[in-house]
Design a protein around this ligand. Structure first.
Ligand code: FNR
Length: 182
């Protein structure tokens, strides 16, 4: 069965390792997973409940529609200042009360050049996703320390253990999405 996965990178940087990792995962995935890359983080206004009116900002409508039409979500994110990148948290703030993420199978991968692997951003993101009742697949969630040693500049995963772990995460995501669809 074909499954639609919304892929979100929490980094706006052109040479982002997390964006490269997201694309590497898309290549690793089984062909029944059809990925849509979300590219709207930079277009969202700062979250303000006053703007959250019917027919609100188009960028917000788009985010919500893309989430609604996805069967599952993949997030790859860096950590800034021991936390979730503001642009990513901003996107989450826009969907806290709108409900599109409810029961949506979701995996979170945090990658960092540091030995800690972005663990604080990872944990913080899971707190928010659990609060909005996403179906966070704990076994599929990963922190990847030393990302620069595990993926080369061309975005190829050069560490076999990391590749296996990422493949396993994608399998877990696919299985959870399948269960909901069937
Ligand atoms: C960082 N970085 C970082 N890394 C980390 O593991 N924990 C942290 O708290 C921070 N904080 C932080 C703050 C600022 C201002 C910068 C510029 C960087 C390093 C970060 O992980 C690294 O730059 C990654 O390469 C960013 O991810 P992308 O853009 O490569 O996906």
């Amino acid at each position: 069965k074909e499954l639609n996965i919304l892929a979100i990178s929490g980094s706006l940087r052109n040479q982002s390792s997390n964006t490269s990792l997201m694309h590497a995962m898309i290549k690793l995935a089984h062909t029944n997973l059809k990925f849509e890359v979300y590219d709207g983080l930079n277009d969202l206004p700062h979250f303000n409940p006053d703007l959250d009116v019917e027919e609100g900002p188009v960028s917000v409508q788009n985010l919500r529609a893309q989430l609604k039409h996805s069967d599952g979500v993949l997030i790859c994110t860096p950590e800034y200042g021991n936390g979730v990148p503001g642009v990513l948290k901003n996107a989450l703030d826009w969907v806290v009360s709108s409900g599109e993420w409810l029961n949506k199978p979701t995996i979170v991968i945090a990658a960092s050049p540091s030995p800690m692997g972005g663990d604080k951003a990872h944990a913080s993101l899971l707190l928010t996703l659990n609060m909005i009742n996403a179906q966070v697949l704990q076994e599929g969630c990963l922190t990847i320390p030393h990302i620069t040693l595990k993926m080369n500049k061309q975005g190829v995963i050069i560490d076999s253990e990391t590749q296996r772990a990422l493949q396993n995460s994608l399998t877990i995501l696919g299985e959870a999405c399948n269960q909901i669809k069937s």
